[in-house]
Ligand binder design. Sequence first.
Ligand SMILES: Cc1cc2nc3c(=O)[nH]c(=O)nc-3n(C[C@H](O)[C@H](O)[C@H](O)COP(=O)(O)OP(=O)(O)OC[C@H]3O[C@@H](n4cnc5c(N)ncnc54)[C@H](O)[C@@H]3O)c2cc1C
Length: 609
Amino acid sequence: MRAPARPTAPARRAPGGRPPRRAPRRPRAAAETAPEYDAVIVGAGMGGLTVASQLAAAGKRAVVLESYTIPGGSAGHFARGGYVFDVGASMMFGLGDKGTTNLITRALAAVGESVDTVPDPTQIHYHLPRSPAHPVGLEVKVWRDYGAFVDELASKFPAERAGIEKFYGECWKVFDSLNALDLKSLEEPRYLLGGVWSRGLCGVGVEVESVVTVEKDCLGTIMHSCFFSKFACPLPHPLSPTTEFAKHPLACLTLASFLTTNAGDVARRHIKDEELLHFIDIECFCWSTVLAADTPMINAGMVFCDRHYGGINYPVGGTGVLAEKLAAGAVKRGATIEYGARATAIVTDPATGRATGVRTADGRLFRGKAVVSNATRWDTFQRLLPAASMPDAERQFLARYTKAPSFLSLHMGVDAGVLPPGTECHHIVVDDWASMEAARGTLFVSIPTLLDPSLAPAGRHVVHAFTPDWVDAWAGLDPPAYAAAKEAAADAVVDRLEALFPGIRAGTRVREVGTPRTHRRFLNRADGTYGPIPSRTPAGMLGMPMNTTAVPGLYCVGDSTFPGQGVNAVVFSGFGCAHRLLADAGDRPTIPGLDGAFRAALDFARGSV
Ligand SMILES: Cc1cc2nc3c(=O)[nH]c(=O)nc-3n(C[C@H](O)[C@H](O)[C@H](O)COP(=O)(O)OP(=O)(O)OC[C@H]3O[C@@H](n4cnc5c(N)ncnc54)[C@H](O)[C@@H]3O)c2cc1C
């Protein structure tokens, strides 16, 4: 999709909810200088915390600077009036106990932590527009059991059963391939291609890492000969048995074949019914905030299958428990986390341009061998670094991607009686397809107390309802007008909730309203954005930046990097970032001779899409 047009008129006004209070800042000496760290990480979102915990597990000294009082960012939670409210994320992927895509489980385990979870029997209950075929609306539940989901969808579109099976079958090819690999940095050639490169490309010597590598490479060379003589591939020696390519050649080739493909292309190949294609659109939109035509197949494969494989599992105690445990595990292994520490500048060496540290609002300088930013791309390259000296690669990013809208969020505590028996945890409501992408169009609802009742007092539920919204709609309002506008907008959301849960207005005991301004302020995200979305049809995953940047020593992590938004996705980016950083620091084997060329090739590929 192109980004929906931003409304310019201010929203309606009314009294009401309070955002969480900002932490009192601790007084500090103005020019206090911290000792040197291996990495200074800006932000304790799930991306930044994954890097910190991976580095700590590797024995590195990391410090995390978080401006807020709690970890987790959009995946944090806050307690109010006896309720625990998830800030954003409640539908949790990556907490399974098998395969390799259960990245949250694996990140926690790396620092000796784990969480109890409650399996969700359905991912989403969709409430979709009326149509001639579905005169009371299209109601679909995405069951944890894949067969049950396909049967349910096919029962709504009987003529399309084969197309449904083929489309999701293609997604399984992607997922099975991803789930075979040890997911690390895709911009680290040795991990992908292997130690055999260390002996040279086609026999041109570069350097020998170790006897062990050479021995393994002999096998790799044999495998290479067999495999590539069969498939006549021109690549030289990518098959060391130490590498992902050697271990899983078919998985790698399958993923490569989908790298530039979007889900919409695959859907249209197999499905003809326009209403069903709209369904595939909302399946993508609900996590990518773009339609299927603009959603990379690699992401779609991960999301559409992991919900059936590892499943959707809710962490007992609330989503924020994940960040709390990751932070605790990192600290136990030597990491430092500074809360109430707002980074104001990434410091670079004037002579080399290398990132050497981070300055905080209270004047401290944290010096590091590397700097990692968990802030958005816009905040990193336009606020923490001078916008005037933005690298070309970032200008290209700005041309390829734009900001997704933020959200209008209602956090409610309601009487249990307003939820009909059999209510599912997660709902998506679209009243008409034309408004799916519009501001305040699609409505998302999560009721995590259906899985973990401990989040609310007895006899009550937590309801989080949110809908995309632009910060511009909230500009220029004085405090009373802003408060009034929040309540009016929230009332309109409650009107829609009444259709699902009759009596919810009267049964509401607590209501907190957050706007794009709240997201901007408390999550430190430019315009409160959900993250980057393509400004033109992307070539699959190719355009998305990875973790290294054009500023030496500076890495990015989180939803502004591959593979994008979602908690499990940003944890993936954290694994990749830590791996690349450790390789650059000499703590993981790499191939210096090839590194630069490989990154240049990736940059070229990104720049040309
Ligand atoms: C309403 C909503 C619902 C969502 N629902 C789901 C869901 O159900 N499932 C799912 O998987 N995903 C969901 N997501 C998406 C998911 O929460 C995010 O993609 C993910 O948590 C982003 O993690 P991150 O680490 O990249 O960034 P963030 O969570 O934004 O964390 C960045 C952190 O860096 C800090 N920071 C930034 N700048 C500075 C600075 N200058 N100084 C100090 N600290 C700084 C911020 O305070 C923040 O804590 C949802 C998001 C929202 C907003």
